[in-house]
Design a binder for this molecule. Structure first.
Ligand code: AR6
Length: 327
């Protein structure tokens, strides 16, 4: 998945580069900066001393010493002063500059903390939005896997309004899973062997043969047809779906490819399919949307509201502890 939101300690991330939310001296501090310096060891500070500081919105790169990563990219986020002092564009610049440095050093995987959202006081939901917007724009043009590392999920929240809208939508639509369970167990009580035997007798071999010849369009065929109908390129489609190129090529070349449910939905979202079309596409991959689980209801909420921004959907799925869309 090109952009992933994960919960972790960034010093543990096994990636090409981790990004440090530093201060303009680059000589260490508290928060994530302190944790990175502590885990990397003295060598990092020695190299940072030679850099001569860094301006807000800019970034500099060093080795990562004892960290599992290869590089540390140090960037200086803005201090939050109410939002009218250019904080947003400075924060955007932190992400852009860091990504440019990562690209220059051929990094394939990069992990960011939520820059400025701790000591510097940038509201976490706004900081996350900036991170997602800049990174997803970058990924439209570049192949890289980028992680946004959320450290303290308790403190992290999506916008109150969106959260409560979705919570309400889930309340309205959530069917107690027990209903499904009891239906399922009823079905299991049927004498399966006799049902199967009877079915088989009724269906002679030649019937079966002709039925097999009338196979419906497969998932992969529908996906390629929809890409053509929408007049978009393959790359536009898989990037908007947060799917990497290799997986897309696999699907393209295998007419019978069976995607995971999250991959199938990611494509439906990137193609901006209606709910009905989404269900059709899911059926082709052997899945359905139901009101028995939160994941499906959240997806339905976004499609019904015509919001096809996969990164926003993932932000909400993350907040509700659900699997994210993409590969
Ligand atoms: N892994 C991932 N994220 C972390 C970790 C960690 N180990 N530790 C904290 N965070 P902050 P800032 C999160 O304060 O706001 C320093 O003293 C944290 O929950 O580290 O940019 C510098 O030297 C928060 O969401 O950075 C500067 O003086 C995010 O990282 C100043 O703080 C950023 O919090 C920079 O402040």
């Amino acid at each position: 998945m090109p952009l992933e939101i994960v919960r972790n300690d960034i010093t543990k991330m096994n990636v090409d580069a981790i990004v440090n939310a530093a201060n303009s001296t680059l000589l260490g501090g508290g928060g994530v900066d302190g944790a990175i310096h502590k885990a990397a060891g003295k060598g990092l500070l020695m190299e940072c001393i030679k850099l001569g500081g860094c301006k807000t919105g800019q970034a500099k790169i060093t080795d990562a010493y004892k960290l599992p990563a290869r590089f540390v990219i140090h960037t200086v986020g803005p201090k939050w002063k109410g939002g009218n002092h250019g904080e947003k564009s400075l924060l955007e610049s932190c992400y852009r500059e860091s990504l440019a440095l990562a690209k220059e050093h051929n990094c394939e995987t990069v992990a960011f903390p939520l820059i400025s959202s701790g000591v510097y006081g940038y509201p976490k939901d706004k900081a996350l939005r900036v991170a997602i917007d800049v990174i997803s724009d970058f990924l439209l043009e570049n192949d890289m896997t980028v992680f946004i590392v959320i450290f303290d999920k308790a403190a992290y929240k999506i916008s109150e309004k969106l959260f409560s809208d979705i919570a309400e939508y889930i309340d309205d639509n959530y069917v107690d899973a027990h209903t499904d369970y009891s239906r399922e167990s009823m079905r299991m009580k049927m004498p399966m062997q006799s049902v199967m035997a009877a079915d088989f007798c009724e269906c002679r071999a030649s019937d079966l043969d002709s039925k097999l010849k009338q196979l419906d369009e497969s998932f992969s065929q529908m996906l390629l047809r929809k890409i053509d109908e929408k007049g978009i390129t393959d790359a536009e489609c898989y990037k908007k779906a947060n799917i990497d190129r290799k997986l897309f090529s696999k699907i393209r070349s295998d007419v019978n490819y069976k995607p995971s449910k999250t991959t199938a939905i990611a494509f439906a979202v990137s193609l901006e399919l209606s709910l009905e079309e989404t269900e059709d596409m899911l059926r082709k991959a052997g899945f359905a949307l139901s009101h028995s689980n939160k994941f499906d209801i959240i997806i339905e909420y976004f499609i019904e509201n015509g919001n096809y921004n996969i990164f926003e959907i993932n932000e909400v799925l993350f907040a509700f502890d659900q699997k994210l869309l993409g590969a």
